[in-house]
Design a protein around this ligand. Structure first.
Ligand SMILES: [Zn+2]
Length: 375
């Protein structure tokens, strides 16, 4: 799974003289039933991209194309449903990421890794803790970018009941059994809560899905401290022993729905603080200015839009399309095709948060990009 740290590291590789080949493929076997179909997709994509390059550029990335082809031929067994490959032989750079969700096929040759599709996937599929709870046992799983992992199983041992030995009636035995059951449950909840708190602290996971029967969930929820209860963003019932993949399948639509709601909220925040008042900017030009000043707190970008821009060969400043030299240093500027991608990289590098949006007509109207400011 791709961590936030790795994403940031990837974003830190900014415009150099060397070229980067970034390849995204849908490698889902059901979408690519024929043998060598992936390779064919890759060959078509690389041919198209290649033809747009100058001869000396073609020469410098030929080795990257060959290396990627070689990888696709020899590593089909490693593949899940999506793959992202970044290669720049001249910069000694090679990364492969397998994802459980497919990408749209795309190949980009630029002076930096093209990270937007990967950033969008990381953002859209936030990490979730999934808790399956019963009376004396619980499972803790983590879902991340369409993948799921079983982390812990907690089971509280139940001591044998010495029922009837003291001559107690059925009622007494029942009361004692009930009391013991309550104690076991209490211990389970205590351990479970401490694990959840640790995961929140250490792994920075803030969204929880709760699974179990209505009564199991209800009881556990009542036992949760307020702060954790507010983090429960979805609930449903499933067999306790369901496989992680079954659980993931049932969780996915809920997670999508949750992310959609968070998106609406984020957009409301952006537009309520923007437009006249301080605190937010809309549109590429103002956002790039804010990035130049290191003043972006959170960046909002449409995941499916492409906007060109300019970058200064001398100081690395970014601007919208212009004919004149760099406004910051007077240096020569060059055109980049994927300015939104570069803006994401800059923002990540400055420690800003990124929110990728799939459906936001309001943001599309203002150029597909906006930012909340630091000051
Ligand atoms: Zn400059």
């Amino acid at each position: 799974m791709l961590s936030h740290k790795e994403m940031k590291e990837l974003a830190s590789h900014m415009l150099k003289d060397s070229h980067y080949v970034s390849l995204y493929l849908d490698v889902d076997p059901t979408n690519n039933p024929k043998k060598d179909e992936l390779l064919l997709h890759f060959k078509n994509l690389s041919k198209d991209a290649f033809e747009k390059l100058k001869v000396e550029e073609q020469h410098s990335i030929q080795i990257d194309i060959d290396n990627i082809e070689d990888y696709l031929i020899h590593h089909p067994k490693d593949m899940k449903r999506g793959i992202a490959i970044f290669s720049s032989q001249s910069d000694d750079f090679w990364r492969v990421y397998h994802t459980a969700m497919p990408f749209t096929n795309q190949l980009v040759i630029e002076h930096d890794p093209y990270i937007k599709p990967l950033a969008a996937m990381t953002d859209i599929y936030s990490r979730y803790l999934i808790i399956v709870v019963r009376n004396k046992r619980a499972r803790i799983l983590m879902a991340d970018m369409g993948q799921i992992e079983e982390l812990f199983i907690i089971e509280i041992p139940v001591p044998e009941l010495d029922s009837g030995r003291d001559g107690s009636t059925g009622d007494m035995a029942e009361i004692r059994a009930q009391r013991q059951k309550d104690q076991v449950r209490k211990r389970l909840y205590k351990e479970l809560i401490s694990v959840i708190e640790k995961m929140r602290r250490d792994e920075d996971i803030h969204r929880i899905l709760l699974i179990g029967t209505d009564s199991h969930r209800g009881r556990f929820k009542d036992a949760l401290p307020n702060e954790l209860r507010e983090r429960v963003v979805g609930e449903f019932a499933v067999e306790y022993n369901a496989s992680p993949n079954e659980i993931l399948k049932l969780s996915m639509p809920i997670m999508k729905d949750v992310e959609y709601k968070f998106e609406r909220k984020a957009l409301d925040e952006l537009f309520n603080t923007g437009g006249g008042g301080a605190g937010a900017v809309l549109g590429l030009s103002d956002v790039l200015d804010a990035l130049q000043q290191g003043n972006v707190h959170k960046l909002y970008v449409m995941s499916n839009m492409v906007e060109p821009g300019m970058v200064c060969n001398n100081c690395g400043a970014v601007t919208t399309l212009r004919e004149t030299p760099c406004p910051y240093c007077g240096g020569e500027m060059r055109k980049v095709t994927y300015m939104l991608d570069l803006a994401i990289q800059k923002a990540m590098d400055q420690g800003a948060r990124i929110d990728m949006l799939e459906e936001a007509p309001r943001l599309v109207k203002t150029g597909g990009i906006g930012a909340k400011l630091r000051y």
